[in-house]
Design a protein around this ligand. Structure first.
Ligand code: HEM
Length: 146
């Protein structure tokens, strides 16, 4: 179970990051270029929302089936926080990614309520860019991509 979920989480991460980079660059170019908001922009933003939520769910399952989770019992919160690798996997990575997915969700729902192309694209550009930076900041780069 653990190794299967981990492989799925690891490969799904490529999809999340590729579609988020496309959605972010698209929104930034169109915002600064004063371009019109089109159905394609809506689809890219929605697809990013869906794949990032799926990754969050896979991550949550992985979190509780991972043998690493037992470290809380063995080392206690203090012991986990002292070690950079354990702190990354058990605290920083999940927490920061949950915040990033929340920002994608807020950005998506706020942009839907806007009426002008400029305000829609600007909201996606801001929220998706921050989410992308947060994701990249807590990827375990020592083991991924593998
Ligand atoms: C939503 C964006 C997320 C992305 C892009 C992402 C990406 C990754 C990547 C690339 C790895 C390394 C996989 C490997 O070793 O090959 C990883 C590991 C992990 N992720 Fe995520 N993750 C995300 C969200 C989450 C969330 C929300 C949680 C938990 C609530 C989570 C829990 C974990 C755990 C526990 C591992 C380590 C598994 C292990 O080695 O035992 N991830 N993640």
């Amino acid at each position: 179970m653990y190794s299967t979920v981990k492989v799925i989480h690891s490969y799904w991460a490529y999809l999340v990051l590729i579609i988020l980079v496309i959605a972010t660059i698209n929104a930034l170019i169109k915002t600064f270029g004063g371009k019109e908001y089109e159905a394609r922009d809506f689809r890219i933003s929605l697809f990013t929302l869906i794949v990032s939520h799926i990754q969050l769910l896979i991550g949550l399952v992985l979190y509780f089936v991972s043998p690493r989770f037992d470290l809380f019992g063995e080392l206690g919160m203090g012991g986990v926080m002292k070690d950079a690798v354990n702190r990354l996997y058990l605290v920083e990575h999940p927490l920061i990614n949950i915040i990033a997915v929340a920002l994608i969700t807020i950005g998506y729902s706020k942009h839907k309520k806007k009426l002008t192309s400029k305000s829609k694209l600007k909201l996606i550009a801001i929220f998706y860019t921050i989410a992308l930076v947060l994701f990249l900041s807590r990827i375990p780069w020592s083991v991924w991509p593998n």
